[in-house]
Structure formats: C-alpha cells, structure tokens
Design a protein around this ligand. Structure first.
Ligand code: NIG
Ligand code: FE
Length: 403
C-alpha cells in the first residue's frame, strides 16, 4: 500500500460529473494497483498510518492522461508537404495529387516490422514522459488485409509489453487505396467481408473507425462498415465533419458511435444530435491549428450537454505532435474550455470515448492507480501556459514507470 501525501492539488475527475473534482492539500492511497482512498490530507483515515509514504512535493496530481485518438504506427515523414502547405497548397490539394495519407500508406507498407515497432515504442515513450498512460491507436496506413493486421498485432504486443494500455481501432476506411480507385465498392466489401471478420477472429480491435469526408468515404459506405463492425462486436468511431459538414455527427448519433472526432465543421443540428445520443465529441485542436481551421465549437457542445474529450490526433500529416499537454492548452486558449473541462477531456471523457468503464481516467476508489505528477501547484497554473517539460512522475497500476 502506498500513501501519496503533500499533493498541492489533486484532480480526481469522477466519471459522473462535469468538473475535475479538485481537492487542495490532498492525499491519495493505492494498493495492489487500485486507488483505495482520495481526499483532503486532513481527512486521511488512521488506517493508513503504517503504509509507505511518498511526497508529491506540493505539486499537481492528475489521473494518468488518456489520449483517445492517435494514428500511432506509421513510417516516413511528410515534412515536404508541411513546407508546401506553408506556401499555400491545401491539404486536400496535396491529397488529390497522391500525397497526404497516400504517401504515408506507401512508406508504411514499405517499412519493416522492426522499423514500425521501434518508432511506435519511441512515440509511446515520449507520451509516457508526458503523463499519458492509456493510448488509443488506429491503423489506416496499411489498407490491405495483411498490412492492417500487421499493425493491429503490433499494438497487441505493445499493450502486452506495457507500461501503457493500448486500445486498438481498425481504420481500414481511412481512404480508398489507389489500387481500388476504380472500384471503391470492392474496397468497402474487402473491409466488411474480409478485414473486419479477420480482426474480430483474433480480437485485435475494440473499434472500427471511418473517415467520412468528400475525399474519403460517404455516409452510406460508412454505414456498411459500421454494420459489419457491429456484427463482429466492434464499436464505432468516426472522423466526422473535419473539412466539410457531411452530416458525420448525425451519422455518429444514428449508429450509436462511442465518439465523433474532429467536428470543426459540425452543424447546429449535429451538435444537438451528439448531445442527445451521448456520443462523445472528440476535439483535436492540434490538427485544427495545423490545417488553419476555425476550432471546434467546444462551448456550444458543452453548453448543449455533450461530452467533450480532447486528444492529439498524433499523425504524420495534420497533427505531427504527440503532446497531449499542447492539445489541452489549445483547448483552453482557442476553444474556451476551462482547465477543468480540458483535463476531464483527456481523462474521464477520453475514457468514455473508449468505453473504458473500469475507472480509467478518474482517481476514485476502485480505479486503476494510473496517475501523473506535474510541477505546478494547481491545474490552472499548469494549463495557463504550454509547458514543454515532462511530467515529474508517471505511475501505471501503482508502479512508477517514469520519474
Ligand atoms: O485525423 N482525417 C483523417 N486522418 C487524419 C489525418 C491523417 C494524415 O494526414 O495522415 C486526421 O487528421
Ligand atoms: Fe485522426
């Protein structure tokens, strides 16, 4: 049993709440990998008097961060496109010329297993140092049966190796790969009839995701993919209303998706439907910034009663940064989310977007003892400026995995 004392401010982020459950001058107790007590240090029960004590040095302690939207495994880089975009060529124009996602598909298919594993491991290490203890990881740069399975098997290995927990998502419906350009129906059939059943047979993913956009898949194609996913026990996620309003939010509500992600171009009707259906709206403010878009209307979503999560969208094109801290700071500064709403977005609400109901994302009795200590006296101080420094300490299942 471990008692963490001298916590300047503790954020418990209870799931059924809308605030961050802040406690000043707090203490936290865990045993066998689970939280057993959290509250003001002055209320710490005598029962824990004999337990090992550690000090947080008056710092901020938050639930281990949950990055609920990443494109973790990919090879190659798209720095040339970054420079082209700075000179005025749009993301969609680059995609039309065979760059963008297609370029990353070519490099990822060509990469060796070791290369893919090594880069993914290094990225997870960087995230761990930033306090990220749960990571959703998508495929989507393979786009053949074998290449999609290869990445999902890698995610399973990374999850088993720890320390982070990985939640895998099949994004075979990222774009139509060039070899199917003249027969997109055949590609959708490949996803529904071969890839999804194979993924389900090996229990390799929890979700199926579709990029619903003019340049990617239509709502009807997405419905077919979600239906096949549901038949095989996979939950739904969508890249929705990112570059144009394609009714992605309404589709997410219709199919009972766990989350609708991006939403920069969501309509008022879409906002209402997401709130009503309890679909988590996932804000990806790094991608919004990189593509020079107007931010997602987080305030409208929150005021309508929707659940809003915040994630990095880490990928080689629209969001080449794995800094969840940066995403949180942007959520505050560009989307008018309060620090409490932003932190919930990368903890309890992100766990909801992944349908994790074991307490992940909260520091309440029974929840996993996953937490991060940041060198700030309070949440507001931590998020008032973007800090490049790593977490002081990251704990997964009660064990210190970074300090
Ligand atoms: O979430 N929107 C589609 N997919 C990614 C972009 C991936 C890429 O550019 O490689 C996204 O922004
Ligand atoms: Fe994405």
């Amino acid at each position: 049993m471990t008692v963490l004392t001298d916590i300047g401010q503790l954020a418990t982020c209870p799931s059924a709440s809308t605030d961050a459950g802040l406690v000043d001058d707090a203490a936290l107790v865990w045993d066998a990998g689970r939280i057993v007590w959290a509250g003001p240090a002055s209320d710490l029960p005598d029962d824990y008097a004999e337990a090992e004590r550690q000090s947080a040095g008056g710092r901020l302690v938050v639930p281990g961060l949950v990055d609920c939207h990443t494109h973790l495994a990919h090879a190659g880089d798209r720095a040339d496109e970054f420079v082209e975009r700075l000179k005025g060529t749009s993301y969609l124009e680059i995609a039309r010329r065979g760059g963008g996602i297609q370029k990353s598909v070519r490099s990822t298919r060509a990469a060796s297993d070791d290369e893919l594993a090594e880069s993914a491991r290094a990225r997870l290490g960087a995230m761990l140092r930033q306090g990220v203890t749960t990571v959703e990881a998508k495929t989507g740069y393979g786009l053949t049966l074998d290449d999609e399975l290869r990445v999902l098997r890698l995610y399973r290995q990374l999850d088993a190796a720890g320390p982070q927990r990985i939640v895998s998502t099949l994004l075979a419906a990222h774009i139509v790969p060039p070899e199917y350009a003249d027969d997109r129906d055949a590609y959708v059939r490949l996803i529904c009839e071969e890839i999804i059943p194979a993924v389900a047979a090996e229990r390799l993913a929890a979700f199926v995701d579709v990029f619903v956009e003019d340049s990617a898949f239509t709502a009807d194609e997405a419905r077919a993919v979600f239906e096949a996913g549901a038949e095989h026990g996979l939950g739904a996620k969508l890249h929705a209303d990112q570059l144009t309003d394609t009714g992605g939010a309404a589709l997410a509500a219709e199919v009972g998706a766990a989350s609708a992600d991006h939403l920069e171009c969501v309509s008022d009707e879409g906002v209402r439907r997401l709130a009503e259906a309890g679909v988590v709206a996932v804000s990806l403010p790094i991608a919004t910034l990189v593509l020079g878009q107007e931010p997602l209307p987080a305030r409208r979503l929150l005021d309508a009663g929707a659940h809003v999560a915040v994630a990095t969208d880490f990928n080689p094109g629209s969001a080449p940064s794995s800094s969840l801290g940066l995403a949180l700071w942007l959520a505050c500064t560009r989307q008018q989310m309060t620090p409490e709403e932003a932190l919930r977005g990368a903890t309890a609400e992100a766990a909801r977007a992944l349908r994790l109901d074991d307490g992940t994302g909260s520091l309440v009795p029974g929840a996993p003892a996953d937490l991060a200590v940041f060198d700030a006296p309070s949440l507001a101080t931590w998020l008032a400026g973007w800090r490049a420094e790593p977490a002081v300490r990251t704990v997964v299942g009660g064990e210190t995995v970074w300090a």
